[in-house]
Design a protein around this ligand. Structure first.
Ligand SMILES: [Zn+2]
Length: 270
C-alpha cells in the first residue's frame, strides 16, 4: 500500500493526531501521523523502520482557518465538560495520628517528609493525595497492613503524580520513589506514571520540562528504553535514561550520586 493512500484513508483533520500499527513494518502502535495546518507529518518509532516524512494535503487557507475555528469552539466546550471532579474524601481516610502505628512505621521506614499524607483506617493504607489545579482529584494508597493490592487508586481521575517544582523532570516507577527522589534532590520535579504506558496527557505534561531523566526500577530496562524513545519523538526534548542499581526508594549512594550528577549536568548546560 502506498503511504499516500494510507494517510488519505486516515482522514486526519487539522490538529488531529493518529497513532496505530505501522503500515510498513507492522510494528504495534508505533506509527504516528499528525496534521498541522494541512501538512501531515508521519513517522514510525520502531527501531530499524525508516518510515518518516511529510505529506502535504491540498487544504486551502480558508478551509484550514475554518477548521481551526471549529476546533477552538469544540475545545472550549469540552474543557468545561471535562474539568476534573474534586475527590470526596471518604470518612475512613483521616488525618494521621500518633497512635496509627502502621502509618507511623511506614513514614519512618521510608523517611517521608511531605506533610499532606492521609491515612485510610479501614484498609490500612498510607494515602497520598493527588492535586490538579489546587484541588484533590485523586489519591493513591499504599497498603501497610495485610490488604491487597499494594497500591490502590481512589478515583482514577489523575493521569500522573508529580511532586516538586524543579525544571528538570525525573520519571520514576511509583509515588514513593517520586517523593524520596525530590527529598534527595529538592531542585527537581519527579513524576510517577501511574500506569504501564505513556498517554498524550503524560506527553503534554512532560513537554513542559526542558530536561527529562527516566529512572525506573532496574527490572524495567525495556520500558525505560521505550519511554525514552517515545518521549523524544513526541516532545522533541532530550531525554536521558538512567540505569539504577536498585529502586530509587532504597537510596543507594551510587544511584543518588549519579542522579545528582545527571541533574547538575543537565541544569548547568541551560
Ligand atoms: Zn514501522
Amino acid at each position: 500500500m502506498r503511504m499516500r493512500d494510507f494517510i488519505d484513508d486516515l482522514g486526519l483533520k487539522e490538529g488531529e493526531r493518529y497513532r496505530g500499527d505501522c503500515p510498513q513494518c507492522r510494528g504495534k502502535n508505533t506509527f504516528t501521523a499528525t496534521n498541522t495546518l494541512g501538512d501531515i507529518q508521519y513517522n514510525c518509532f520502531k527501531l530499524g523502520c525508516t518510515i518518516r516524512g511529510i505529506y502535504v494535503t491540498d487544504m486551502t487557507a480558508a478551509e484550514i482557518y475554518q477548521r481551526m475555528k471549529d476546533q477552538q469552539t469544540q475545545r472550549a466546550y469540552t474543557n468545561i465538560k471535562k474539568e476534573k471532579e474534586t475527590m470526596e474524601i471518604p470518612e475512613y481516610v483521616v488525618t494521621p495520628k500518633a497512635n496509627h502505628t502502621k502509618y507511623q512505621r511506614f513514614i519512618r521506614r521510608w523517611g517521608i517528609a511531605i506533610a499532606d499524607t492521609l491515612y485510610d483506617v479501614k484498609d490500612e493504607r498510607v494515602v497520598f493525595p493527588i492535586k490538579h489545579k489546587g484541588r484533590i482529584i485523586d489519591a493513591i494508597g499504599r497498603a501497610v497492613g495485610i490488604n491487597h493490592p499494594k497500591w490502590y487508586r481512589y478515583t482514577g481521575e489523575a493521569d500522573y503524580y508529580t511532586v516538586g517544582n524543579g525544571k528538570t523532570l525525573l520519571i520514576v516507577e511509583d509515588v514513593l520513589s517520586a517523593i524520596i527522589a525530590t527529598q534527595e534532590l529538592p531542585y527537581i520535579t519527579a513524576m510517577a506514571i501511574l500506569g504501564t504506558s505513556l498517554s498524550p496527557k503524560h506527553m503534554q505534561k512532560i513537554g513542559e520540562y526542558n530536561r527529562i531523566i527516566i529512572a525506573l526500577d532496574p527490572d524495567a530496562i525495556g520500558k525505560t528504553v521505550e519511554y525514552r524513545r517515545e518521549i523524544e519523538l513526541w516532545t522533541g526534548n532530550k531525554t536521558t535514561a538512567m540505569n539504577l542499581l536498585d529502586d530509587i526508594k532504597y537510596k543507594m549512594d551510587e544511584d543518588i550520586d549519579k542522579l545528582k550528577e545527571l541533574c547538575n549536568a543537565t541544569s548547568s548546560s541551560d
